[in-house]
Structure formats: C-alpha cells, structure tokens
Design a protein. Structure first.
Length: 255
C-alpha cells in the first residue's frame, strides 16, 4: 500500500509588522546572489500606500519565535526601500527547520524569478551536504522531489561528497567546485566522471553569459560568430566539426 505524502498545511494570510521580520540568507536563500537588483526595484516601483505586494512566506523559529523570510526576500527589501510603515501580508509557517528549508526551496523554484540550472544544482548540493549526528538530514528522494536535480545527479553528489570526505577535503560550497576538486584528485587515479564535469561547467557558463549570448544570437548571429572566433581562435574549427560543418574553400568557418 502506498503511503500518502505528508505536505505542510498552508496557513492563512495574516498581517505582520515589518519590524518583526528578519532574514537568514545563509540558511534559506539558495540563489547565487541574495538579491537581483532590477527585481527589487521593479517591486518597489509597484508599491502604493495601502496596496502591499503578495504575501511573504515566513517561518517562526520554534527556539526563538523569530519570523524569518522563506520566500519573498525581494519583496521584503522593496518594502524597506519604499519606507513601508504599515503591516504586510504574510503566511507564517510553524514547522521544523528541515521542513522550512524544503519549503523555501519549493517556493524559490517557482516561475516568479526562476532559479538557474546552476542555482538548482548548488541548492541540491547544499542539501546533500547537510548532516546531523553523522547522518544525512535529507534523503535522496526528498531532494529529487524538490526538482533541483535528477535522481542520477543526486546519487553522484552523494558519492562525490563521500569521496571528498574520505580524502580529508573540506566540502566546497558549490557543486561545480566539488566536481573540480574531485577531478583534480580522480584524474590521478583514472576515476573521473568527465561527462558530469562537462555538464557542470556548461551550467556555470550558461549562468554567467548564456542569457546574453542567446539574446545576441537572436539579434545578430554573425556578431556572436565573430566574438567566438575572437575568443577561441583556431579552436572555433572544433565547434564547426562538432556541429558537422567544415570550413569553405577560403578557410572560413560558416557556422
């Protein structure tokens, strides 16, 4: 018999004084940057007196009773910049720290300001590396359910962490750094997952410049081609070979 999944009950919206709310980005913010400036300013510009933003998602810490932002960091900052003096709508959750972190991830992964592939993997990596009393706090299936990474990637993360611990390394903060550290040691032993390393590097590059390159490619593909030729030099021919396109009679790579 299949056991039904336990889900947190959605609390009703209540009004909370802004001065009683705090943040803990080290625990509950899983993006590469705590705030995206343009998004904060966009929300601030939408504020009007007596017209608050959507409800914040808060967690009431059972030990201190502090109200901590799980989702709505940008809205919280927008309120402060606006000089908001009234109470704000919020849903206050009372649950364990473990469930609060899962809830923060679930909310952050929604389409309001989507997490990048790199941010998702880094968030999964942080959960994989969360231990208490020598045991992992989050099971593989729990992390997979958060849709941060597939089952196979989570399994690789767990193996990577185990190997790094066995070799006495401090655990890196990001999945890309963990892959790089393991690569440097595993290459010597002939035990290196090249495919995973390449995919992780691709996610990191995409997070930094992928959106801009995609936009420029739509505007003027030739400009992107010239940029790649400038940056890659003769190695651009390797891309042409990979894409099944060779240089023409004058030696120009027409991709």
């Amino acid at each position: 018999m299949t056991k039904p999944k336990q889900t947190l009950k959605q609390p009703k919206v209540t009004q909370v004084s802004l001065s009683t709310i705090t943040i803990d980005t080290d625990t509950f913010q899983f993006r590469d940057e705590d705030l995206t400036e343009y998004h904060v300013e966009e929300l601030r510009s939408q504020l009007r007196p007596r017209e608050p933003l959507d409800a914040l998602t808060l967690w009431q810490c059972p030990n201190t009773n502090a109200l901590i932002v799980l989702d709505g960091h940008h809205s919280f900052e927008a309120y402060k910049r606006f000089g908001w003096s009234s109470k704000v709508p919020a849903r206050v959750h009372t649950c364990s720290l473990k469930d609060a972190r899962k809830l923060a991830l679930t909310e952050n992964a929604k389409a309001r300001l989507p997490m990048t592939p790199q941010e998702r993997k880094n968030a999964a990596w942080r959960l994989v590396d969360t231990y208490a009393d020598g045991k992992p706090v989050y099971t593989k299936s729990e992390i997979v359910e958060l849709r941060l990474a597939c089952d196979g990637t989570i399994a690789k993360m767990r193996v990577t962490r185990r190997k790094l611990v066995e070799q006495g390394f401090s655990i890196p903060d990001t999945w890309a750094d963990a892959c790089q550290l393991l690569k440097e040691t595993a290459q010597r032993d002939g035990d290196w997952d090249a495919d995973e390393w390449v995919l992780t590097r691709a996610d990191a590059i995409d997070a930094q410049v992928g959106k801009q390159i995609g936009f420029e490619g739509e505007q003027c593909l030739d400009a992107v081609r010239i940029m790649l030729e400038k940056r890659l030099g003769h190695r651009v021919a390797e891309l042409a070979d990979y894409w099944g396109t060779g240089a023409d009679e004058e030696g120009i790579v027409p991709f």
